[in-house]
Design a protein around this ligand. Structure first.
Ligand SMILES: Nc1ncnc2c1ncn2[C@@H]1O[C@H](COP(=O)(O)OP(=O)(O)O)[C@@H](O)[C@H]1O
Ligand SMILES: [Mg+2]
Length: 260
């Protein structure tokens, strides 16, 4: 049996001008972990995901994926293969879906399979249809994004990531751009992925959801991980005052208006 894969992030530092956003993050993610990332707005949650996916280049930091060790601060300049490899092994779901507007749902999911993974059109279509089915979007395969609701678009975006078979799925507030009544269907899809054992980093303001699906939770503040534990530990017994403040503000006790 294949050995369990780990992702080991070391000393990740990123600043914008003089604004230190990530201040030496060390983080190990085990295969099958669903890591919930919470923290105040502007605390570097998106930047963390973007550095892992090389959408941002940090000042320092490395990531180890199985056998490969990639210097995140230098991957682009020193070795293009590393960036490509990293992008192939991680898949990002964005807040605003980022679908190609001029392509149908099916074409959106096929795109990376053809251009990046060099699959034939037939094979790409087969895989894409399977993934669209998995997120319940089969009947919308030939529709353009503008004819889909936000929740449907996000499910297509998730299918697009799944089709690439990434080892690590990065989700950046995947429900925050959605109307409240559409949040549930996307959370349901994410829950299903978690249950299937996908390794994920999930940045979200949906505290009740994180509590339900995450296997582990970190609280980021001022560029550092200040809590790291099971969701139960972080939510019910935080070690830091600022975590307690944050959770209070997020009105943890409020019942969400979706049902999962
Ligand atoms: N491209 C950028 N240029 C300058 N500052 C940025 C850029 N991206 C993010 N920042 C700043 O970095 C900080 C962290 O941003 P972000 O990672 O988006 O936080 P979060 O996702 O936790 O809300 C914020 O102060 C933000 O203004
Ligand atoms: Mg963000």
């Amino acid at each position: 049996m294949a050995e369990k894969q780990r992702f080991v992030i070391k000393d990740l530092k990123k600043k914008f001008n003089n604004n230190i956003v990530l201040d030496g993050i060390d983080l190990t993610i085990n295969e099958g972990d669903v890591l919930g990332v919470i923290g105040p707005s502007g605390t570097g949650k998106s930047t963390l995901l973007r550095c892992i996916n090389q959408l941002e280049v940090p000042e320092s930091g490395s990531i180890e994926i199985g056998e490969s060790q990639i210097d995140l601060s230098n991957a682009k300049k020193s070795n293009l293969k590393n960036v490509t490899q990293l992008r192939q092994r991680t898949g990002m779901v964005f807040q605003r879906f980022n679908l190609f507007q001029k392509k149908t749902a099916l074409e959106n999911v096929m795109e990376g399979l053809i251009t990046v993974q060099k699959k034939s059109k037939d094979e790409a279509r087969k895989i894409a249809l399977k993934e669209l089915d998995r997120v319940g979007m089969t009947q919308w395969a030939n529709h353009y994004p503008k004819h889909l609701s936000g929740g449907q678009q996000q499910r297509v975006a998730i299918a697009r990531v799944l089709a690439m078979k990434p080892d690590l799925i990065l989700m950046d507030e995947p429900t925050s751009a959605l109307d409240p009544e559409l949040v549930g269907e996307v959370l349901e899809t994410i829950k299903q992925l978690a249950e299937e054992g996908h390794t994920m980093i999930l940045v979200s303001h949906e505290m009740a959801f994180i509590r339900k699906v995450a296997t582990r939770c970190i609280f980021l503040d001022h560029g550092k991980i200040v809590e790291d534990g099971t969701p139960k530990e972080v939510f019910t017994a935080p070690t830091q005052e600022r975590t307690r403040d944050f959770l209070k503000k997020m009105s943890l006790l409020e019942e969400p208006d979706y049902v999962i």
